[in-house]
Design a protein around this ligand. Structure first.
Ligand code: FAD
Length: 340
């Protein structure tokens, strides 16, 4: 049933632990709830934001619109043959529960994405990625409600505009779509993806590996590097790794022989954490916000930090990186509710 609260606290709905208040909070538990919410006039263009687990957001002190919290549940096999199955999961399902449920049932393909916070719906919006796998590699289609047309739409993968942490749903035109479920293609036979060096170092040969072992190992590596949000508020990797031209890469490499980078389409991807670390930010704090002492890519809430403080710290870091290296780093985390 659609639940609507006014002047609601979002403290428990974002992993940074920011105490934002929303003018209206609508908790959506079904497709019918979303249609009802749309009819109620609480979804004016530019006047709402969708939240899943709030794990990639930095919230302002107040949001003067409607926060739509996706809480619909359900996982079902919709197609199956001898080798594969298509599994449909509701947007409000917790992503990590979905991954672990699939591994337990012998449905393979997303196990490297274990322990990423957030929801199934956001996995398709963000094109989440980790340890050599991206959501788009396995997404078959995305079902969404078009708030402008008040109609349901099914997008095939190649209509979703996927790129590195990118999709059509993240940008202006795409904000009209509220994702309600995602279909994933799963294999019945496990084929380990072991392209990530730290994983190979830990696990060695692929011959004897099973999906449960690989996903457990990934989870251990993950939490040895990142703070658990319930212990220290954070939004994961705060900045995207920037891609620079070959000429820029060569210029930097001459100056910094240990520059962390790898070749990608269109240039070289630099490790944003390395750039930030070299600017001396690792472990530093500014007010109640800081840079995690084990990983410079992660900003943390040291207790009672506001969204504005996070914004200021992120701005200072990006400025320093620009001045020292001549490279622009963009935020992966999204700012919500700030007026400018
Ligand atoms: C400790 C930690 C580790 C992380 N590690 C990784 C990682 O390895 N790889 C990675 O890719 N990310 C990582 N992240 C980032 C984050 O987990 C992902 O971006 C995740 O997909 C966000 O899910 P969410 O449900 O919390 O989305 P939210 O933060 O609530 O929202 C993110 C964006 O998606 C939109 N959105 C959410 N749900 C919907 C929907 N149903 N319909 C339309 N729009 C929607 C929101 O409006 C917003 O724009 C990490 C975060 C943390 C805190």
């Amino acid at each position: 049933m659609l639940s609507i609260t006014t002047d609601a606290s979002l403290l428990n709905y974002n992993t940074f632990g920011i105490d934002c208040r929303a003018k209206t909070l609508a908790v959506v538990s079904s497709e019918g709830d979303l249609e009802e919410l749309s009819r109620s006039g609480l979804l004016p263009s530019g006047g709402y934001v969708v939240i899943g687990g709030g794990s990639n957001l930095v919230l302002a002190e107040r949001y003067e619109g409607t926060v739509v919290l996706m809480a619909n549940k359900g996982i079902a096999v919709v197609e199956e043959n001898d080798d594969e199955l298509i599994v449909e999961a509701a947007a409000g399902e917790v992503w990590d529960h979905f991954v672990k449920g699939c591994v337990a049932k012998g449905w393979y393909g997303i196990e490297n994405l274990v322990a990423i916070p957030g929801t199934v719906g956001a996995s398709a919006v963000q094109n989440i990625g980790a340890y050599g796998v991206e959501a788009k590699d396995r997404i078959v289609s995305v079902r969404a409600y078009d708030v402008c047309e008040k109609a349901w739409v099914d997008f095939k993968t190649d209509e979703c505009g996927y790129g590195y942490r990118e999709s059509r749903f993240k940008h202006n035109e795409g904000k009209r779509y509220i994702v309600t479920s995602v279909r994933y293609r799963m294999d019945k036979t496990y084929k380990p993806v072991l392209t990530y060096k730290a994983l190979v170092d830990e696990l060695g040969s692929a011959a004897t590996l099973d999906a449960a072992t690989v996903s457990r190992t990934i989870e251990e590596i993950r939490w040895s590097k990142l703070p658990k949000p319930e212990v220290k508020g954070n939004a994961g990797s705060f900045f995207k790794n920037p891609v620079v031209s070959e000429a820029k890469f060569e210029e930097l490499k001459k100056q910094y022989p240990d520059l962390a980078a790898h070749k990608v389409d269109g240039g070289f991807k630099l490790a944003a954490g390395w750039l930030i670390d070299r600017c001396g930010w690792k472990g530093r704090t500014m007010g109640s916000c800081g840079v995690y002492e084990k990983q410079a890519l992660v900003l943390v809430n040291n207790g009672g930090c506001s969204g504005q403080e996070v914004r200021e710290l992120a701005g200072r870091i990006a400025e320093d990186v620009k001045v020292k290296f001549g490279v622009t780093i963009d935020c992966e985390a999204e700012f919500v509710g700030f007026l400018n």
